[in-house]
Every structure is written in C-alpha cells, then in structure tokens.
Write a protein that binds this ligand. Structure first.
Ligand SMILES: *[C@@H]1O[C@H](CO)[C@@H](O)[C@H](O)[C@H]1NC(C)=O
Ligand SMILES: *[C@@H]1O[C@H](CO)[C@@H](O)[C@H](O)[C@H]1NC(C)=O
Ligand SMILES: *[C@@H]1O[C@H](CO)[C@@H](O)[C@H](O)[C@H]1NC(C)=O
Length: 557
C-alpha cells in the first residue's frame, strides 16, 4: 500500500525541481496578466539573455556542432546557455520534470577537455545539448511519466538510447513534462501540472511529448527526443510548429524506457527526434543508426538497417502524393488546417509533383475506433493499478481506462486479444493493398500521404479533455508507418473564417463539438503543421520527402 497520497508526492517532486533550478539560475517573475501570447518572443526580448546566449540558443544543431568542433564555442558555454533558457521556459510554460544541470556542466567540461587534449570530437553529437522526454531514464533520476507511483523513485539503469546518445557526445540537461502515463493528447498530470504552448500561452503544446514541444519552441533546446504510440511526437511537434519524426518500429532503439502500458505490443511504441530544423532530424538519425553504433547489435527488437542516404532516385524526380482532404470520416479539420492543406497542395503542384486526393473515409474510422478501444482495454489495469494506491484521479480524457478497468477489461483474455490482433492485421494488409493499387493507368505507386495531424491548429488548453481525438495521427501507429510533421502556416483571423453552422454536416458528435470550439480571434496565430506519411521502414524517404515539401512551400510563399 502507498504511504503517501499523490499531493504529498507531487510536493516533493516539485520542490526538487525548483531547488535544482534555483541552485544555478534566478528567473525573473512576471504578472500573468502582463505576459503576451507569444512567450518565446517575450523571453527573447526580455533582457534575460546576453547577446552571446541569444546567438547560441537561436542556432540549430548543425551550427552548434560546427562551432564546438572548430572551438568557436565551448560545449560548456553552449550547455550553460540552454540550461539558462530551460529555467525560464520552465517558469513560463511548466515544461520540465527532472533538472540535470550539475551533471550537464560536468559532462560539457569533460567534452571540452577531451577535444583540447586529443584534437578530436568524441562523436558526431559532441557537445550538443539534447532534451529528453521524461520516460527516458538517466539514472539515478526518477522517471515519473506523470504518475505518483514513479515520481520520486530513483532508478539504476539508463535507457539504451540514452547510453547511445551520450557515447555520441550528447549532453543531457533536462527531462520534459508529459501527461499521466503519457496517454493524453495534451500535457497535464497530477505531479508536475499543466504545460502550455510557448508560441501562444492559451494553447496546449499537445502530448504526450508536450514538454519537448514547449521547450524546443521556446528555443531552450535545439533537439529533443519524444515517443509516439498514437501521435505523441507528431501532435506536440505540429502544435509547436516544428518537425517531428515518428519512425516505424524496429529502426530506433527502444529498450529500457518507461512505458505507460508496459508489455503492451498490440500498438508498438517508438521514439524519435523533434526539432525546429529538419536537418537536425537527419543529423540525429544518421548518428544513431550508423554502422558504427549498430544499435541492432544491442537492441534485440531492431532490424539491421543502417541509415541510408539519397534514397529518392533518380535525384530530383517528381513525387506522387495522396492528400487527405478536410475530414477522415469522423472529424473535420478547423479552417486554418484546411487552408494549410490547400497551401501544401498548391505548392506541390507548382513544383511539378503529381498530387491527388486520398480518401480516408472508408478505412480510417474502423482503424481509429480500434486503436482508441485498444488503448483503454490494454491500459485499463496497468494504469488504474498505478493510480489507485495514491488516490490519483483520472483526467477526463483518461476516464475510459477507469471504466474499462471497472468493467473487467483489465483481464481482457486471450480470445479477445487474438481477435484484436487478427482485425489489426487485416486492416494493415487492406491499407497496403490500397496503397499498392495506386500504381495503375500508367501512373507510379504513391510515394506518400500528406494529411492533418489533428482537427485543430494547436487547440486551447483543456480542449482535448472533453474532445479526445487522435485519429489523424493514430492511424499511422496502427499501420506502423513512419511520418514526419512539417510547419505550414499560422492561423489567421482574416483568412480563416468559421464554417457556416447551418450547412455544416457533422460526421460524429465529437466532430460537432470540435467545430463549435473554433473561434477565429482566439486561434489567431496558432501554429498549423501537417505530416508526410511513408510506408513501413521508409524513414529516410520520409525525411527526404519532408524536405521536398518544405522547399516547395518556401518556393511558393
Ligand atoms: C513567436 O515568437 C517567435 C520568436 O520571435 C517567432 O519566431 C514566432 O513566429 C512567433 N509567433 C508564433 C505564433 O509562432
Ligand atoms: C481548399 O480547396 C478546396 C478545393 O479546391 C476549396 O473548395 C476550398 O474552398 C479551399 N479552402 C480554403 C480555406 O482555401
Ligand atoms: C500491386 O500493384 C501491382 C501494380 O504495380 C499489381 O500488378 C498487383 O496486382 C497489385 N497487388 C495487389 C495485391 O493489389
């Protein structure tokens, strides 16, 4: 039985976080009412940073790595700048969990000494600060994943990916906030509290890698690592206007992290990089999946496929892309997302690519219903058993876990499990066949799907509690496809008028509620990003295609 309730546990965790920050940085405080919407801009102009720090935190990973390698910057200076930024990001957005400044400085100094002594970098990520979602274990720090049961529990063994990244030269300095058990579409929990969007304080940074999204958008991290089982990398990446790669299972090492539903393998959880720069995702992937690291030698779940370059052949060939329109059969996107879809379609056509409409209404609804039911059924006992002893209440969007547990779905049984797997396999095969069938009438097979990441541009805080919907990202997890988000535009009250209520035909109850929430004034400035979806194990192609799409959007603007 638990000896403390979650409130006492939370107080201990928050005190530790505050003390670890206060040991190095004193952040200014402001009246909430005086803060503008855009917290990132506010911070950059606040006078908190020196010019030197501003130059560092606004640089992307390739520049940072180069400046450290050529000794223009020390790893220590770079680390200090990002630690200082993260302290303010915490103050303004509540994006952090564990604070690792002391060991980050020590590691950065070691790397600087190593470079001075040997004239060589330790690896391709030498000196790069990388932020980690809370589920990655950096022993001895706890990995709460937003639950009292784990919040103050010291851990002994690093997650495999953490060891790999450290050996490549990365510096870990913070871990970032997540929702309870990492199973909500926004970042809130009973231990650390709610995280908000750095680019618009009334909006959610999404979840479950929401702390990453806020921290990176705040320019307090050049690169972070998130995890994704239903959209947990792509939802926060999209809502904070950045690139986020959700790979298929079997490429990036997954061994030894904390999981929200341990042992659940019906929908496979994966991890991947998030950054404002697409190039950073390339650098990260090339480093982690290199022949040198050979992660498949140490993670028994991985396929021995080293990172491949220039996979789109011949170079410069035109792509064939299926774009999903404004609905997926269950929900309709908000007007700013519709405009982003149109902008992307027009930009690709202008660049000479073959673009056509890919329908989602026949197969996506079944996929979405299955994945949402699977989470509740498979997570019911796992999550309820951890929350109950500490009297932790469920957030509204997670009540399905409690309901499933009460209904006995925790003991789901082999027959139901088998049938769930059979149904999933059948839908996966049918989707692949539909993809394959695009090679017809003399046209080549479709290269990618482009679609929304959610019905919203980043939605208001709390919106997904009543209207939980991850179908736009979840179908990709169900199919185990890779996908990468890309920023397109910001919501604009003059361009993005609400849909006409009289003629709007709602596809479901949730569709009606989501559309009713749209308010052009409130959402003005909200980030809008879409995603490029490839076929299984096509991570390299997805990143190359995302670059092509980003270039086309830039050329068209
Ligand atoms: C917020 O501020 C940052 C930094 O100045 C800027 O890049 C961004 O475009 C601003 N607005 C939004 C909505 O992202
Ligand atoms: C997007 O394109 C469709 C099809 O051309 C068009 O009907 C619709 O009005 C456009 N929407 C916006 C917001 O531009
Ligand atoms: C896959 O596409 C090819 C055309 O490229 C076609 O010949 C074949 O019948 C298709 N297979 C299935 C199962 O649809």
């Amino acid at each position: 039985m638990a000896t403390a309730d979650y409130k006492q546990i939370s107080a201990i965790a928050r005190k530790r976080r505050a003390a670890n920050i206060a040991a190095y940085y004193k952040t200014p405080t402001w009246n909430e009412a005086d803060l503008p919407r855009n917290l990132t801009e506010f911070a950059l102009k606040s006078g908190y940073y020196t010019d030197d720090e501003l130059a560092i935190i606004q640089s992307e990973a390739d520049v940072i790595l180069d400046k450290i390698k050529t000794k223009a910057w020390t790893a220590l200076r770079v680390t200090q700048a990002f630690c200082k930024a993260s302290a303010l990001a915490q103050e303004l957005t509540n994006c952090l969990t564990e604070v690792l400044y002391a060991e980050a400085f020590e590691r950065a100094k070691y790397l600087d000494d190593y470079l001075a002594r040997t004239g060589r970098t330790i690896g391709p990520l030498h000196g790069l600060p990388i932020s980690l979602k809370d589920c990655f274990i950096t022993a001895p720090h706890p990995s709460s994943i937003g639950m009292a049961a784990y919040a103050n529990e010291p851990l002994q063994k690093d997650t495999l990916l953490v060891t790999i990244l450290r050996d490549l030269g990365a510096v870990f300095y913070v871990k970032t906030n997540v929702p309870t058990a990492m199973m909500m579409a926004e970042t809130n929990n009973n231990i650390w509290g709610e995280c908000r969007n750095a680019l618009h304080k009334g909006l959610s940074p999404g979840g479950s890698s929401g702390g990453e999204g806020a921290l990176i958008a705040f320019k307090a991290s050049p690169l972070g690592v998130g995890t994704d089982i239903g959209g947990s990398i792509r939802i926060p990446a999209a809502w904070s206007y950045m690139y986020g790669l959700k790979p298929s299972f079997g490429r990036y090492p997954v061994y030894g992290g904390k999981s929200g539903i341990p042992g659940q393998e019906h929908i496979l959880a994966v991890n991947g990089p998030m950054s404002r720069s697409l190039k950073s995702l390339q650098i990260y992937s090339e480093a982690v999946l290199s022949e040198n690291v050979a992660p498949w030698e140490v993670d028994h779940k991985l396929l021995p496929i080293p990172w491949r370059k220039n996979v789109i052949q011949p170079p410069g060939r035109k792509l064939r892309i299926g774009i999903i329109g404004i609905d997926d059969g269950l929900t309709t996107v908000h007007p700013p997302v519709e405009r982003a879809i149109n902008m992307t379609r027009a930009a690709l056509e202008k660049a000479g690519h073959d673009v056509f409409t890919w329908s989602a209404s026949e197969d996506h609804p079944a996929i979405v219903k299955n994945i949402q039911a699977a989470f509740f059924d498979l997570g019911a006992a796992a999550i309820t058993d951890l929350l109950k002893p500490y009297d932790e209440p469920f957030f509204p969007s997670m009540e399905g876990y409690g309901i499933a547990a009460a209904a006995g779905e925790g003991g789901i049984g082999p027959t139901k499990m088998r049938l769930m797997n059979l149904k999933r396999n059948e839908l996966q095969k049918a989707y692949l066949d539909r993809w394959n069938a695009t090679a017809a009438d003399g046209k080549p097979r479709m290269d990618a799907i482009i679609c929304a990441c959610s019905p919203w541009a980043a939605p208001r805080l709390g919106q997904t509690q009543e209207n939980f919907y991850v179908g736009w990202t979840g179908f990709v997890n169900y199919l185990d496809f890779p996908a990468c988000t890309f920023p397109v535009t910001l919501a604009d009250k003059t361009l993005d008028k609400p849909r006409d209520k009289a003629s709007f035909n709602q596809l479901s109850d949730i569709d009606g509620r989501i559309q009713a929430d749209y308010d052009a004034d409130f959402y003005h400035g909200a980030p809008v990003a879409l995603q490029v979806v490839g076929k299984r194990l096509e991570e390299e192609k997805v990143l190359e295609m995302t670059q092509i799409v980003a270039d086309a959007l830039k050329a068209a603007s």
